[in-house]
Design a protein around this ligand. Structure first.
Ligand code: SF4
Length: 83
């Protein structure tokens, strides 16, 4: 395998416009469940279909946030259960 994208990518900031639009939080427990009723406690990036890493990885690329790394413990409104 060549150098992984994750080695070069930077962490996604919650203040990133796209991240903010999707309610991304690097710590899913900080998600405002009133503002984001689709959030279900326990859901996090590591269990999301779009998380391009192993569930145990602390951070990994996400299909939505090209070139950035999301936190395995994070969450956003685009969360989709890993098949
Ligand atoms: S799409 Fe999934 S992996 Fe990407 S930030 Fe949202 S919850 Fe995390």
């Amino acid at each position: 395998m060549s150098t992984s994208a994750s080695a070069r990518a930077v962490a996604l900031a919650e203040t990133d416009p796209v991240a903010a639009g999707l309610g991304y939080k690097a710590d899913a427990t900080k998600v405002d469940a009133k503002k984001y009723p689709t959030y279900v406690s326990g859901r996090q990036c590591a269990g999301c279909q779009l998380y391009a890493g192993k569930p145990a990885d602390a951070t990994a690329p996400c299909a939505i946030f090209s070139g950035k790394l999301v936190s395995g413990k994070g969450w956003c409104t685009a969360w989709a259960k890993k098949a």
